[in-house]
Design a binder for this molecule. Structure first.
Ligand code: SF4
Length: 449
């Protein structure tokens, strides 16, 4: 079996992939190698599916990455819509895509989604398929524990690049959760399914029962385990309780064991959480796991933003990333309400992308600011072509710019009274700052104090 990227890095080898990541992230290759070797950076990649390799490095010192979840539900199955969502997510800047389908022919849907998503790495939550097929095959919850692992094997063979494995949820924690005074005992779909299986069968979590074999499988495919957070708060009133923290401690143990097998891991985080708790949450994860990459599913800083949860996510997500989280799972306006449409996927991806970029500007300063420097210069010059080209959604920006027609060199906010036009002749001969000078002004950024 070939070395995993983590093992190669630990042996001191700066592979071609590591060199490519260093180029993308504008970092020294040796520094990237060390971070991968320590498990502080995980590399998601799609090398098994196509000739076009996309390397997505998640973790310390890397640019923030964005994931988009798509997939059918138990009640809405429209494969064409899911293909469209995959195309949209890729087009508007998602770094990775998760197919969370639970309705329809799951292997076929995944195949189609992976094809549309190329070259993005694609992840799954294998518990979903194990549940759907297990119920059908065994006529109830008497699904044998190794069936969950067979689904993992099948999905890895199909070319899935990373998976959420809810192995940090122990049977004891599941029992405690369902008897707890939480508003929402378990909000995670995968976590709830596994808890139901454990409670019904009186058995330990199947992924814990077969953990060593799982590590062998992930090492063989050099795929990444994203340790799911079944007990993340589904309400701000459940944040940072004993259950959430206990599961994070379990996740940290799993990270250590996976590192021993040179399997890359990511840890998943909240959830719903008020702004004042977010930085503490990120620090706790980093401290307990010795800096494992942190993949946050929000956090949503209010429970009441239905129809605008993508905005809530951008607020909480930017703060979490600035505090040191690494990877942001988007949320769409349909969160808590429905399966998203393709248009809502677009809104979710763009909101998360802006949050990630805002955090990177604060964290990394000039290293992340080239786009803003271009926009600022274009704005001062009333250079609309350049400004619109650098927008997160160029078509929508162009549409809004022209919504009353284009009547002056300025825009219709001020029309002929535009500040840049009014002062134009007095500013002639002014030495305009260059992009490089602007970047120098921003410095190297800093993490949330
Ligand atoms: S018209 Fe007003 S809003 Fe528009 S570019 Fe000029 S100053 Fe800015």
């Amino acid at each position: 079996m070939a070395d995993t990227i983590m093992k190669a890095a630990a042996r001191g080898i700066v592979t071609d992939e590591i060199k490519e990541i260093a180029r993308q992230e504008r970092l020294d290759p040796e520094r990237v190698r060390r971070l991968i070797a320590r498990g502080r950076v995980a590399v998601l990649r799609n090398v098994r599916r196509s000739g076009r390799v996309r390397l997505v490095a998640v973790g310390e010192q890397m640019f923030s990455k964005v994931n988009a979840n798509i997939g059918t539900s138990g009640t809405v199955v429209d494969i064409e819509a899911e293909r469209e969502k995959a195309r949209i997510a890729r087009r508007y800047g998602a770094d990775t895509l998760m197919d969370l389908s639970m309705g329809g022919p799951l292997d076929e849907i995944r195949e189609k989604v992976m094809r549309e998503a190329e070259p993005l790495p694609v992840g799954t939550v294998p518990t979903y398929q194990a549940w759907v097929e297990g119920l059908r095959r065994y006529g109830g919850l008497g699904i044998p524990s190794d069936f969950f692992i067979k689904i993992v094997e099948r999905q890895l063979r199909q070319g899935v690049d990373y998976m959420t494995i809810h192995a940090a949820l122990t049977k004891r924690l599941a029992e405690k959760a369902v008897r707890s005074s939480r508003v929402i005992p378990i909000t995670s779909r995968g976590g709830a399914l596994l808890a139901a299986w454990m409670l019904e069968n009186g058995e330990e979590n199947p992924y814990r029962q077969h953990w060593d074999y799982l590590l062998e499988l992930f090492a063989e495919h050099d795929a990444v385990i994203s340790i799911g957070d079944s007990l993340r708060p589904g309400s701000i009133f459940d944040q940072h309780d004993e259950l959430q923290v206990a599961e994070l401690v379990e996740a940290a143990r799993l990270v250590r064991s996976a590192r021993g097998a040179y399997v890359q891991t990511i840890v998943e985080g909240p959830g719903h959480m008020t702004l004042d708790q977010i930085a503490a949450n990120v620090r706790l994860e980093k401290q307990l796991t010795d800096g494992a990459p942190y993949y946050v599913l929000g956090p949503l800083p209010t429970d009441a933003a239905m129809a605008y949860d993508h905005i809530a996510l951008a607020i909480g997500g930017a703060l979490a990333l600035w505090a040191g989280a690494d990877y942001l799972c988007y949320v769409t306006p349909a969160e808590h309400l429905s399966l998203p449409t393709p248009e809502q996927v677009k809104q979710g991806v763009i909101a998360a992308r802006i949050a990630a970029h805002a955090a990177d500007l604060a964290k990394y300063g000039a290293r992340a600011a080239a786009r803003d420097a271009r926009v600022s210069i274009a704005r001062a010059r009333l250079d609309w072509a350049s400004m619109l080209k650098n927008a997160f959604d160029p078509e929508e920006a162009a549409r809004i710019h022209a919504q009353y027609g284009i009547r002056t060199r300025a825009c219709d906010m001020c029309g002929q009274y535009c500040a840049c036009l009014v002062l134009g002749k007095h500013m002639k001969g002014r030495l305009e700052p260059s992009e490089e000078q602007l970047l120098e002004r921003l410095g190297s950024g800093a993490f949330l104090p």
